[in-house]
Design a protein around this ligand. Structure first.
Ligand code: 13P
Ligand code: SF4
Length: 346
């Protein structure tokens, strides 16, 4: 049964039978967003997943987002409709290389974007998302050196905004790198009244031309609340246009153009999720995300610190890095290859 209406009914029926919570990221297809209990950014998804009473959580997003829910609520069954839904930032930051970087700088604190593997989180002091990174960094004493990874554009943006030096890992989001600063300049000249919104994973040339730089939820908030503006140029993944259109049917939304002839920037990992896979996942209670206990024990600490700082609590920082000597990281699933792999040296 593959008719979208029938699939939707089947998913909602299975969801009720299983008493499952369905969470979707803004980059998912509209049909998936429309049947989710909550649609949000990566921080909100982790908070909803961890705080809900439901024993079964299906996360339609990418695998590291489902892993975060599992790490924060190890007793829950966390379903990810397609385990191949990776992330180029996770691919760009293999555990062994990040560990070598950490070992060369044992006195520094390591701050890691949640777009990272559980192994990398396990050697991290605190995680951040694009919505709480400034608050988390502000909680770190000024005299502590910081290693920040894996997204260098987000890191560079934060360094400038907070006037705080950090060593950056040279990873990137292949989707946000597609936006062309040259073509944005031309577009702005044609639409001088438009407000430009960009995710901080975009290249500096895009961020420099943007009126608002922020997480997916911050960009959506801008469209929803800035009623005086009726035209927005948006430099982030296409899926978020669905919620933007629902919030502001009166506004014109233009995606910032990529270089070359490709039509639009979409995340191939997010788009691996389909209604059919959601149905199968709720029906079979598979695939489930799981993290080996010794990795989970350490990775949970960096996510816990992030959640506590986000909630306004104070935390303690270790003086030096102690290598937890984890078992090797299993081969990365997305190596099956949607986007060419590269592992930067820093
Ligand atoms: P947000 O946390 O802003 O939703 O970003 C997640 C992401 O993967 C952006 O590419
Ligand atoms: Fe990862 Fe980029 Fe996709 Fe976000 S858009 S999940 S950073 S590959």
């Amino acid at each position: 049964m593959n008719n979208p209406h029938e699939l939707r009914d089947e998913i909602l029926k299975l969801k009720a039978q299983r008493q499952a919570l369905i969470l979707a990221h803004y980059y998912e297809d509209a049909a998936i967003q429309d049947l989710a209990d909550h649609v949000g950014d990566s921080l909100a998804l982790a908070q909803w997943g961890a705080r809900s009473q439901n024993q079964i959580v299906l996360l339609a997003g990418v695998t590291f987002m489902a892993e975060s829910v599992k790490l924060l609520s190890p007793d829950k069954t966390v379903l990810a409709p397609d385990l191949n839904a990776g992330c180029s930032l996770v691919e760009n930051s293999p555990y062994e290389k990040v560990l070598a970087w950490r070992l060369r700088n044992p006195q520094a604190l390591m701050v890691t974007y949640v777009n990272s593997s559980a192994h990398v989180k396990a050697i991290t002091d605190v995680c951040v998302t694009s919505s709480n990174a400034e608050k988390v960094l502000a909680a770190i004493p000024r005299d502590r050196e910081i290693l920040f990874g894996p997204d260098q554009n987000l890191g560079r943006y934060l360094m400038k905004k907070l006037n705080r030096p950090m060593q950056l890992w040279a990873g990137n989001c292949d989707v946000h790198l597609l936006f062309s600063a040259r073509r944005l300049e031309q577009l702005r000249a044609r639409h001088p009244e438009a407000r430009v919104l960009a995710h901080p994973e975009c290249d500096e040339g895009i961020l420099r031309q943007s009126d608002v730089v922020g997480s997916t939820s911050r960009l959506l908030q801008e469209v929803r609340e800035n009623r005086g503006v009726r035209k927005f140029i948006v430099a982030t993944e296409l899926g978020i246009f669905h919620q933007m259109r629902l919030a502001r049917p009166d506004a014109e939304l233009i995606q910032s153009p990529p270089e070359g002839s490709c039509a639009c920037a979409e995340c191939p990992y997010m788009k691996l999720n389909t209604l059919e896979k959601l149905r199968n996942s709720l029906r079979d209670l598979a695939p489930q995300v799981d993290v080996p206990p010794e990795v989970a024990q350490h990775a949970r600490q960096s996510l816990d610190r992030m959640m506590r700082i986000t909630d306004g609590e104070s935390v303690r920082w270790p003086e030096r890095f102690e290598d937890p000597k984890l078992p090797a990281e299993p081969p990365y699933r997305a190596e099956r290859g949607l986007i060419p792999r590269f592992a930067p040296e820093v």
